[in-house]
Structures are given as structure tokens and as C-alpha cells.
Design a protein around this ligand. Structure first.
Ligand code: SAM
Ligand code: SF4
Length: 357
């Protein structure tokens, strides 16, 4: 396995071989190499970003997502500004310096203004001490610029899969869920000056190891700053649930998700890689395992508990776990020497390098 982990770039065949690793010893070797590289290139700190699920109102109908527009059994909500500010104030008092504001996708002016206003209020309230990541879907270049001007630093928009046929098969064919639009949006985000994050779902029906290798190469070529990727988890009130017999078993989805994190760390040594919440659905220690495989970002949910049941993008999502409880638990399960650091903004070393690096 050592010859598969050279210091120089891995090629596609090598990536496929690493992602196909099956033996316990082989996988352990890959995880421990990724973990070593993480320590050298990003340090011992685990960066924390508090996640606020602002609203589940969405104009889209992604076939995998529990809050898709046509799931009429979902109670729709929007957390009012005052309540969001209370959450931010509490987070600040607890030492958080980085937040993610996530929402269903809306492109109406009311929503665009609302996000703009909210970002400005948060920046004023925190004395510009809070790094804000947005994850509010595909928007126009102008909207991205306005939100950046109002105080958003980073933007997370997953490509979901780089296999165009697979992308088509998990989205409705209605002209508003297009692969090319997603690519365009990622480019627009870069041009608007964001630190851009993307990611994919792992274990989609029909997805292959070759697809996953291509996903990693896409992420590398796109020169992404942070990555949030995790297993696909089914939701019975979505059209993709009908394909559940084609899914890899939970254990394999977990294993491939961890290998994706590890191989990405071998490919991109200094970027931010999140340990996704969905990992905990497949194993009680799923998120902790990701830190042993090369992840360096934890995103505890700090949304008020009463909204969380309504942001059920997949079944089994942990909705009752308090952020402090999660941090305590994960802290005791980290690799030796690693520690959680709320005070670090978590700008990846890549993002602080001069543009020519
Ligand atoms: N609406 C925004 C968007 O789509 O970018 C942000 C919120 S959306 C819920 C965030 C991510 O959730 C998506 O990019 C998708 O990868 C993930 N997601 C949705 N349904 C999922 C599922 N069933 N299993 C795993 N991840 C899922
Ligand atoms: Fe809406 Fe995002 Fe879910 Fe798609 S993944 S339905 S855009 S919340």
C-alpha cells in the first residue's frame, strides 16, 4: 500500500485502488497516513463551525432530499432574525468564532434582502468577529456579491456528484436542476471572492468507485478550499427512496465515506474537510471516525431544538443532540494530540497562501 501513497500526486488508477481498499490493515494504513498528513499540514486543531438551519422553505425538488418542495408533509419554518441573533449571541458567549447559515434554496427578493440584513446585523453584533459560511443553494452572481459585501466569507455548495448521468437521475428534469448551472454557480462564487466549499454524496444508487474517484479529481482540479461530503441516507418521503434496494449496505457506505475523506486528504493536504453529520446515522461513532481518517472540521448543530425535526433532509438525522454534548463526546474520541478549538476561524492554510501558490 505504501507505493500507493507517494508524496507526489495520485493518479486516477491509484485513487481507485485506494478507494477499493478492503482489508482492515490496508484501510488502517490509509487512515493513519491521512491523519499524519492532516497533523503536519493543518495542525492538531479541530475547527468548529456552529450550524444554523435557518429555514426549510425550498423552491427545489431534489429527488433525495426530505425537505424538497413537493414533500407536503413537512411543516415549513423560517427562524426570525431576533431568534437567530439570540443563537449567535449565545454561540459567541460560548466562544464560537465561525458559523454556517444553511437554508432551503430561495431566489426571491424578500429572501435575498433578508439574508443581506441578517448578515449585517450579525457582523455588527459580533464586532465583525464571526466568520460566516452560507449554504443557501444556487443564486445569481449579483446575489453572491451582495451577500459577500454584507459579511459572508465562505459558501458551501455541493456538486452532489460529478457523473452527469447520475446527477440527472437524482434531480427532476424540469430545467432548474442542471449540472452546468451548478458548475457555473461554483465559478460565480469564486469570482465573488468567497472561500468556496463543495462536496458529494457517497453511496448514491448506481454510483461506482470510478465515479467517486472522478469526484475527488474534480474537487482537486477546482481548487476548492473546503469540502463537506458524506453518505447518502434515504428518506421515505422522497422519490429516490424507491431505489433503496440498489444501495450499498450502511457499513459499506460508511467505509467508502471515510476512505473518500482519507484519499482527499492525501490529494489536498491543507484544505478544510468536514466530518458530516450523516456519518452518525450509519454508526454512533461515525463523525469521530472521520477525524481519524483526515477530517479537521466539526459542525455542531446550534439551531433551536424545536425547529430541528422540520429540517429532516434524511431519516435518522440526530435532532436532539446538543452542541456542547457533541463537542464533549467528540473530544474524548479524537486522535491523540488533536483538540477542538472554537476560537480558530478555520481559514485553511490554503486560503491564507498567496494566490500564486
Ligand atoms: N439547499 C442548499 C443546497 O442544496 O445546497 C443547502 C441545504 S441542502 C439540505 C445541503 C446538502 O444536504 C445538499 O447539498 C445535499 O448534499 C445534502 N442532502 C440532502 N439530502 C440528503 C440525503 N438524503 N442524504 C445525504 N445528504 C443529503
Ligand atoms: Fe432544497 Fe437543498 Fe434539499 Fe435540494 S438539497 S431540495 S436545494 S434543501
Amino acid at each position: 500500500m505504501d507505493d500507493l501513497m507517494p508524496d507526489q500526486d495520485l493518479n486516477r488508477d491509484q485513487i481507485i485502488r485506494l478507494l477499493s481498499a478492503d482489508g482492515v490493515h490496508e484501510k488502517e494504513q490509509i487512515f493513519s497516513r491521512a491523519c499524519e498528513i492532516k497533523k503536519v499540514h493543518t495542525g492538531e486543531k479541530i475547527v468548529v463551525r456552529g450550524l444554523i438551519e435557518l429555514s426549510n422553505i425550498c423552491r427545489k425538488n431534489c429527488l433525495y432530499c426530505g425537505v424538497r418542495k413537493e414533500n407536503h408533509s413537512v411543516h415549513r419554518y423560517e427562524i426570525p432574525d431576533a431568534e437567530v441573533l439570540e443563537v449567535v449571541k449565545k454561540a459567541m458567549e460560548e466562544g464560537y468564532t465561525s458559523l454556517v447559515i444553511q437554508s432551503g434554496e430561495r431566489t426571491d427578493q424578500v429572501f435575498i434582502h433578508r439574508i443581506e440584513r441578517l448578515l449585517r446585523k450579525i457582523q455588527v453584533m459580533t464586532g465583525h468577529g464571526m466568520r460566516i459560511t452560507l449554504s443557501c443553494g444556487e443564486q445569481s452572481p449579483e446575489t453572491y456579491r451582495r451577500w459577500a459585501d454584507s459579511g459572508a466569507h465562505r459558501y458551501l455548495l455541493r456538486i452532489e456528484t460529478t457523473n452527469r448521468d447520475l446527477f440527472r437521475s437524482i434531480h427532476p428534469r424540469d430545467g432548474s436542476h442542471l449540472y452546468d448551472s451548478r458548475i457555473r454557480a461554483l465559478q460565480d462564487l469564486k469570482e465573488a471572492g468567497y472561500l468556496v466549499g463543495t462536496g458529494v454524496m457517497i453511496g448514491l444508487p448506481g454510483q461506482t468507485i470510478e465515479d467517486l474517484a472522478n469526484d475527488l479529481l474534480f474537487i482537486k482540479d477546482f481548487s476548492i478550499d473546503m469540502v463537506g461530503m458524506g453518505p447518502y441516507i434515504e428518506h421515505e418521503k422522497t422519490p429516490l427512496f424507491a431505489e433503496r434496494d440498489r444501495l450499498w449496505p450502511a457499513e459499506k457506505r460508511l467505509e467508502k465515506s471515510l476512505l473518500m475523506i482519507a484519499v482527499l486528504r492525501l490529494l489536498m493536504k491543507n484544505i478544510n474537510i468536514a466530518s458530516s453529520t450523516a456519518l452518525d446515522v450509519l454508526s454512533p461513532k461515525g463523525r469521530a471516525m472521520a477525524f481519524h481518517a483526515g477530517a479537521n472540521v466539526l459542525m455542531p448543530n446550534i439551531t433551536p431544538v424545536r425547529y430541528r425535526e422540520d429540517y429532516l433532509i434524511y431519516q435518522g438525522k440526530p435532532v436532539l443532540l446538543e452542541a456542547t454534548e457533541l463537542i464533549t463526546r467528540i473530544s474524548s474520541e479524537l486522535p491523540d494530540g488533536s483538540r477542538i478549538d472554537l476560537a480558530d476561524w478555520g481559514d485553511s492554510r490554503r486560503s491564507s497562501m498567496p494566490a500564486f501558490c
